[in-house]
Design a protein around this ligand. Structure first.
Ligand SMILES: [Zn+2]
Length: 291
């Protein structure tokens, strides 16, 4: 769980249609992907002065997968959006929207627009978002958030008299997701479910707290394949993530081992925290106790 800088101050939730473009700067993209260093950087001030004035170059972005065109992942996306009957709501923490390596644009590119909605914000209420409020009050809506109260999704659908029509997933770091879940009473209205899965995350280029933590795309892929009773959905949704990871690894990204793995193998690179609560969390991770 890494502390994240807030990209924005808390504001009204913003609804964003799936597949819309991002507000990310091209410089961030270049820095993170290690693609090019601008040639001007090595020139002196005088040489810069002599250069013809050109408008700042923006890296063209693919309108479907939101990746820079040079590293477009569309060949790994299904030709047409997947047919699903479940409605998916992604509640995205504002800081997540500006991350370079995000999985939600890949998810929205694979799903029909009317079945996958992304809501950005930290605070949601009846007044601010009546649509979301209605969704949360419906008896066939689920929220994917792990915990003692959460039912195993696979078992839940076997016993439930009402088949779920909608699932809500929170997109953010673990602490951001926790903040969103506990500070918005709306999200405690739907039935809380979790994935009991033995698979490890394939999203190896971003540090996850434990080996079993999945990215938002992986959670959505697993949940939708269970709800739709169709494993092809999971395979199809994971394909662009695998391509993204292998591309990043080929271009110098390092496999980020989970904090759990680093701690258990004595490889954790930072000093242990002095704060007792944080230290206790680390010990729990080392002993593989669910946090
Ligand atoms: Zn693309």
């Amino acid at each position: 769980m890494e502390p994240q800088k807030e990209a924005r101050t808390p504001g009204d939730p913003v609804a964003r249609p799936s597949g819309s473009s991002r507000s990310q700067t091209p410089n961030d993209e270049e820095r993170r992907e290690g693609d090019t260093a601008p040639a001007e950087a090595s020139l002196g001030a005088e040489a810069l002065w002599e250069l013809p004035v050109e408008p700042a170059e923006r890296r063209p972005e693919c309108s479907r997968c939101s990746r820079p065109q040079k590293v477009c992942l569309c060949p790994f996306l299904p030709l047409h959006p997947l047919h699903i009957s479940t409605h998916l709501y992604i509640i995205q923490h504002p800081a997540e929207e500006n991350k370079v390596l995000r999985t939600v644009p890949l998810l929205t590119a694979c799903l029909p627009q009317d079945k996958c909605k992304v809501k950005i914000g930290r605070r949601f209420s009846e007044e601010r978002d009546p649509e979301l409020s209605t969704v949360c009050r419906k008896s066939d809506t689920l929220i994917l958030y792990p915990g003692a109260e959460a039912a195993n999704l696979e078992e839940f659908i076997l016993d439930s008299p009402i088949y779920p029509s909608t699932i809500i997933i929170i997109d953010g770091t673990w602490s951001q997701a926790k903040d969103i879940f506990y500070k918005n009473s709306l999200f405690r209205l739907p039935k809380q479910v979790q994935l009991k899965t033995s698979i490890s995350s394939q999203y190896v280029i971003r540090t996850q707290p434990t080996n079993r933590c999945l990215s938002t795309l992986e959670c959505a892929a697993a949940a939708l394949s269970i709800l739709e009773k169709n494993n092809y959905i999971q395979e199809t949704l994971l394909r662009p993530l695998q391509a993204l990871c292998s591309f990043q690894l080929q271009h110098g990204a390092q496999i980020r081992l989970s904090k759990e793995h680093l701690l258990k193998n004595g490889l954790y690179p930072k000093p242990m925290p002095k704060n007792k609560r944080k230290l206790r969390k680390m010990e729990l991770l080392m002993n593989s106790v669910k946090i």
